[in-house]
Ligand binder design. Structure first.
Ligand code: KG4
Ligand code: ZN
Length: 336
């Protein structure tokens, strides 16, 4: 079974082809970073327009690269949410139209389920059950996962997501969008000087709150000379605070569930310091840790093709509706 995956939830237009037995055949992506860079963040209308321009050419290209014809495609998986409504609609309408004309089923994929399953694309994938830490631009979720679609929410961010905190803090320090990678690069030049709080770690529970860190950063920045050295030291302290907070909560989640497998995915999981601290936690707790390769941490088509393939193989499809949901709680997903 060949499945075409389409991802257009935010600022990447991404496609992939996954085969149920052969694995990932091909994936490619067009990043809209240059489009949004001058505005310092994603402009939804420009994102939608870029998806309209790029999606069909990318699909043509991936079919050609994979030496496949439309008649070889057995199913089409597309990100139906959560995300920007205009961007989602481009993917949903395209996927639905192709499914109609190619006479193949289409399946709506939850973007965060895509992230959650991304480690499955690696050789030596994790086995269920496991704890998943999903850290992206829009979500920070700790989930107990007993199978595809069997998700028990353990904790989530009560305000800013981890990626959002990175992006806002980066902007405050005058760094370019997307802020996460820029801030972590600057942090490599920083040294331990400032002590930032580890929010919500002084009380029980697995929820997160990162918006206070942003204010703490602002105050520290305004009280400094705002030199390059100050910025680097602040970036360092901020990154340490996020990494340590995530690590403390993951430790609790492992202890609370008694599970010995932790998977970490979503754009922020590309962060080297976060990966380092979590890997250390894994070895201390005797837990196995799984990350996607960095290019599958951030948005990509491969994770959508994979997730869709699992659901299509289980016989799930949807009616002909162009289905898109900007907000979509994960606990509404069907289990396999
Ligand atoms: O998963 P993703 O690509 O898109 C969403 O689903 O939101 O995540 C994007 C987020 C952005 O906030 C970006 O700044 C952050 O992931 N990010 C990083 C790094 N790479 C991407 N944050 C910290 N360090 C990184 N290396
Ligand atoms: Zn994402």
């Amino acid at each position: 079974m060949y499945v075409l995956g389409i991802e257009t939830s935010c600022d990447e237009t991404a496609v992939a082809i996954y085969h149920a037995a052969k694995g990932l055949i091909s994936h490619t992506l067009y990043s809209q970073i240059p489009t949004h860079n001058e505005y310092g963040g994603v402009v939804p209308e420009l994102a939608s327009r870029d998806h309209v321009r790029k999606l069909i050419p990318l699909i043509r290209q991936i079919l050609q690269d994979s030496r496949l014809a439309p008649s070889d495609i057995d199913g089409i998986a597309y990100t139906a949410g959560p995300g920007l409504m205009g961007s989602l609609l481009v993917g949903a309408a395209t996927a639905r139209s192709l499914a109609w004309s190619w006479d193949a089923p289409a399946i709506a994929v939850h973007h965060m389920e895509g992230h959650l399953l991304a480690p499955m694309l690696e050789t030596d994938p994790p086995e269920f059950p496991f704890v998943a830490l999903l850290i992206s631009g829009g979500h920070t979720l700790l989930i107990e996962v007993s199978g595809i679609g069997c998700y028990k929410l353990l904790g989530e961010s009560l305000d800013d997501a981890a990626g959002e905190a990175f992006d806002k803090t980066a902007k405050l320090l005058g760094l370019d969008y997307p802020g996460g990678p820029a801030l972590s690069k600057l942090a490599t030049q920083g040294k331990p000087r400032f002590q930032f709080p580890r929010p919500m770690t002084d009380r029980p529970g697995l929820d997160f709150s990162f918006s206070g860190l942003k204010t703490f950063t602002l105050n520290t920045f305004q009280n400094s000379n705002q030199s390059q050295e100050d910025k680097a030291d602040i970036a360092f302290a901020f990154q340490q605070a996020i990494a340590e907070t995530l690590t403390i909560k993951c430790k609790r989640a492992l202890q609370q569930t008694g599970l010995k497998t932790l998977i970490v995915a979503g754009g922020v999981s590309a962060n080297q310091e976060i990966r380092r601290q979590l890997a250390l936690l894994g070895s201390k707790e005797g837990a196995r840790l799984y990350f996607p390769r960095p290019e599958f941490c951030t948005d990509n088509g491969a994770m959508i093709a994979y997730a869709g393939c699992q659901r299509l193989q289980a016989g799930q499809t949807q009616n002909l509706e162009i289905f898109a949901r900007p907000r979509w709680p994960m606990n509404e997903l069907l289990s396999l």
